[in-house]
Design a protein. Structure first.
Lengths: 451, 451
């Protein structure tokens, strides 16, 4: 079995420190897997109870008849070492350790983490953590995590995967994918990386058949050469990689040391690695989500040419400025396209790029659909951007028109709708057209995905 | 009476081209002013009807007994000239012209605009427009505009004013102030500026006693010296000026020409003017609104020192990086402050800047309030930034704690709450703490307002 498959695709899991309380750290993974119907075998381990959340429990790992694929260690840090020793003795190959209080706090913690790491020396067993939130695999509904982000809503199953040092940022990422209705495959919080670091996780995701887009939150790159090799593998397999990098400044690096015992300024030139491997660097989770949606929608930007259709002259001006400042180009229409567009507009409209639909759109809502179709079909643009604002009285008709357009993979359509109606925007987004509230968000996306 | 007061503070208004239909261009100003109880005299002018929307109407301006302060000209472009001539004949000093089809379309339009402008030569009468959306003065509820942005909700009365070339962007700005519950004083759409341009409008706002913060959308700066003088006056009167600049690139300038007949690349170095006068340049309406809220809340950033409190180590790292990259500083705590903070946190937390509250916050929600109070009262920071995410189970308690804090003008508190609950965030915002969804939005604000 390839590296890490038996960890991330475990078909039998023991939860050590299992709790009857579904809100406790040792209770949450069990509650999630029961609710989501985990497709493997789930065994709670608890020294006192015969059953946990209705499932038959064992007193310790040593009572198991055979080694499980994975032991999730949800006990306080003082008991972690003993649990790992018992698991290794039984022949378990994969462990997740949630507890904190290791190399991220002080010298005593550094020593404690060194001892934990040493337990794995000379074995082929692997450890995710400590000081991590674990991982999720939606394919089998394996939730080896105590994140609270899925308490209200489950994850949708899909092709987007995430791995990163920060559990909390990972949780906010989960929350954002749920709100944006994005399908997720794997989610991994790597914490202090005593044994297993991001490079190996990225290599796993790069060959994982369920994963189509990879997103990362990176503090320290512990093994630059292995990391770069993994990123190259992702590129070879046509999986876009989108990364947030933390700890780029002196103050940021002070903070990573106390967070996940990461020392990101130790001389690794992450920007050079990103450049050589085509990694897209983003600066917020929202930006990461927008980028992911673009690729998950099957879009690709094949060139820099943007066609713009706007209800506001001023917004068209701002779009032109900001797109040109970010390396996109807004070129005038060819004569044939000009002649096709002219009869679609009112007499007052100047036919140029951007097209200013003016208030005439209220009387002729089909103007938006027809103009968009002409621009998309002209082969003169790599992407068409629509700017709308308010327009409550005809918003439904405008939306219906957009939904009638055929997808053209060579020319995606993106929409900014300022003060738009949430339900209509959701319909447009479902059709595969990304929708934004503000101009800079869209400009940033195009700047990120441009060739 | 100082320049433009009789226009923007008109106590009698005639609407020429008045309509019974409250959705038509000539009906909407009347409908708004009736609904909002305009404090002056409102006279509809219509060649056929004796009453308009229930108000007694005159057949033409020439039938008025005495000149009104302002004539709003809501007739098609072919009739504009005649209406102005009649108004001037009667001695009316102020006109607003909505019609488009002038210098923004072609040579014929340029000639038509020159004729319109010439009507005012040798008079002291003034014209706002053509090709504009008019203006609003909330003090008297004078709505000399057909904007649709207030159809659902009226404007709140307050100290924020806006002037700009784009009517549509102005309308989105109105919509955003309504959604953000921001009080507005004057709102002006200047359009093609045949007679009255932004420089004079800024000079008016700079001395207007109702206006405390000025926001601008600028395409062409037609009179750079007068414009700079007006901005200096605003500065002298302690009114922050926040500006969006359109038409900075070749493509953007092509678009402004067709929009408001503006030629922004004619050699005016707007950035130099902004720098000399302290104008804050923003890049989106959202950024403009955030900046306005900061100043309207009475906040001021007196230095670059930021104290950070975070529920997520990773978010603390990203905040440090992005703030330092934008010229803010995150310095370690003094020993006395360190000793005050230590007992407030869990044993696992490293006491440093950023403070990582960790999941211990769930058990002790007062930790947030107490830590924030210590940082604000320490005089070691010019602003305190709080990062929260999710935390649904204790969100109400955390909010209550924050609401108990006393405002310290020398150290504003800003909040990022990712995936937060809308109702609680609104409570926090009402208390004067700005609330953001994402890190870059807050970083951009601090970068804009830093000394």
């Amino acid at each position: 079995m390839p590296a890490l498959k038996s960890l991330f695709e475990a078909t039998s899991v023991a939860i050590v420190g299992a709790s009857d309380d579904p809100h406790k750290i040792g209770g949450r993974p069990i509650a999630y897997m029961k609710r989501l119907k985990y497709k493997g075998q789930l065994i709670p381990i608890n020294p006192k109870n015969d059953t946990i959340q209705g499932l038959p429990a064992k007193r310790s790992l040593l009572e198991l008849d055979a080694p499980v694929d994975l032991a999730v260690v949800a006990v306080p840090d003082a008991f972690v070492e003993k649990v790992i020793q018992e698991g290794l003795q039984l022949g378990i190959k994969n462990f997740v350790v949630f507890a904190s209080g290791y190399a991220e706090i002080n010298q005593q913690g550094i020593d404690k983490q060194a001892k934990l790491k040493a337990l794995f020396d000379g074995t082929d067993a692997r450890l995710l953590g400590p000081n991590c939130l674990g991982f999720i695999n939606t394919e089998t509904q394996l939730v080896a995590s105590f994140t609270t982000a899925m308490e209200q809503h489950p994850l949708k199953v899909g092709g987007l995967s995430f791995a990163g040092h920060s559990g909390a940022l990972g949780a906010y990422w989960l929350d954002k994918t749920i709100r944006a209705d994005i399908g997720v495959s794997k989610w991994v919080s790597s914490g202090n990386e005593a044994n297993l670091s991001l490079d190996e996780i990225v290599a796993y995701l790069a060959t994982d058949s369920q994963t189509t887009v990879i997103s990362l939150y990176i503090e320290e790159i512990r093994h630059p050469e292995k990391f770069e090799k993994a990123l190259k593998l992702a590129r070879k397999n046509n999986k876009p990689v989108i990364a947030l990098k933390g700890g780029k400044t002196a103050a940021g690096a002070r903070a990573t040391a106390a967070h996940t015992a990461s020392y990101p300024l130790k001389g690794v030139d992450y920007q050079a690695i990103f450049k050589r491997t085509g990694v897209i660097e983003v600066h917020s989770l929202s930006e990461m989500i927008h980028c992911s949606q673009f690729f998950l929608g099957g879009h690709k930007l094949l060139g820099n040419k943007v066609g713009i259709i706007s209800i506001s002259g001023g917004a068209g001006v701002m779009l032109c400025d900001q797109l040109e400042e970010h390396g996109l180009t807004i070129e005038p229409f060819s004569h044939p396209l000009h002649d096709k567009i002219k009869p679609l507009l009112s007499d007052f409209s100047t036919v140029q790029n951007p097209v200013d639909l003016t208030a005439a759109l209220v009387a002729q809502p089909n103007m938006l659909r027809d103009t968009t179709r002409q621009l998309v079909d002209s082969n003169e643009f790599n992407v068409v951007v629509i700017f709308m604002g308010l327009m409550d009285s005809v918003a439904q008709q405008l939306t219906n028109g957009l939904l009638k357009l055929k997808n053209n993979p060579a020319c995606p359509v993106l929409v900014i709708w300022m003060g738009g109606q949430a339900a209509l925007l959701a319909d447009i987004a479902k059709k595969g057209m990304l929708v934004f509230e503000e101009i800079p968000d869209l400009v940033t996306l195009l700047s990120n995905v441009k060739p």
